[in-house]
Write a protein that binds this ligand. Structure first.
Ligand code: SAH
Length: 229
């Protein structure tokens, strides 16, 4: 079953972007997932193909019009049950848990905002799930959508060469990942921790777990408190 993504955007040429390369690109070529970028402007009806207007109440910038966006959403997702996401700095911060849930589904429809954002009424009327990729402001939803898709596509079955390599990552067990080392044995006077070259796998597992806990405590104590989601 192929994971089907549809992206509503004013910049369809930004897709598949980096996801056309490397493992995601190969999986795209094999048909394990698909991407359909749709130009929001194609749903405008006036001569100038207007998609935005000034904010009610005044202020800087422009707002994406609800009627145009609703028509675009209805056209691409009127007949399926894929989650409808809106990339938005006001959304719930994206987590690996949500990424896993999305990857288990049949696909996603993603709306990319631009300007000051989109009219509130279309968010409510089309039940868009607002998703944030972090507490900073991007100039548009496209890089946020590509980030979300990257996280989802890499865990689709068969996309990564070695399926196991997805299971020990940061966040998969609620912790940041332990540090990695590879040859040479000595780099600028720094040795690989001896336990890692001991061949004792129980000790290696224990050391890695301790390191993961230590790093998480130091850098992201919130992950230990929240029960991670
Ligand atoms: N005026 C808005 C920001 C608009 S930025 C505010 O202050 O909340 C323009 C578009 O970029 C948004 O509509 C959204 O689609 C996207 N965007 C910006 N930052 C984002 C983030 N952190 N996560 C997800 N999408 C983001």
């Amino acid at each position: 079953m192929s994971f089907r993504t549809t992206i509503l955007t004013l910049y369809p040429e930004m897709f598949p972007g980096h996801l056309g390369h490397s493992l995601a690109g190969k999986a795209l070529g094999r048909g394990q997932w698909s991407i359909e970028p749709v130009q929001i402007r194609d749903f405008a009806e006036d001569r100038h193909r207007t998609v935005d207007d000034t904010p009610a109440g005044g202020g800087a910038g422009m707002v994406l019009k609800p009627d145009i966006l609703a028509k675009a959403i209805d056209q691409v997702s009127g007949h399926d049950n894929r989650p409808r996401l809106l990339m938005s700095p006001r959304g719930r911060p994206l987590t690996q848990k949500r990424v896993r849930e999305l990857a288990a589904g049949e696909g996603v429809v993603i709306v990319c905002g631009r300007f000051e954002g989109v009219d509130q009424r279309v968010i409510e009327a089309r039940q868009l799930e607002e998703v944030s990729v972090g507490d900073y402001i991007l100039s548009g939803g496209e890089p946020a959508a590509l980030t979300l898709l990257d996280a989802v596509v890499r865990i689709l079955p068969g996309v990564m060469g070695n399926d196991l390599s997805g299971t020990h990552e940061s966040f998969e067990d609620g912790l940041l990942e332990y540090p990695h080392y590879t040859r040479p044995q000595v780099f600028e006077g720094r040795e690989i921790p001896s336990v890692l070259t001991s061949g004792n796998h129980a000790e290696i597992d224990k050391w890695r777990r301790q390191q993961a806990l230590k790093l998480t405590r130091e850098r992201r104590p919130d992950l230990l408190q929240s029960g991670q989601d």
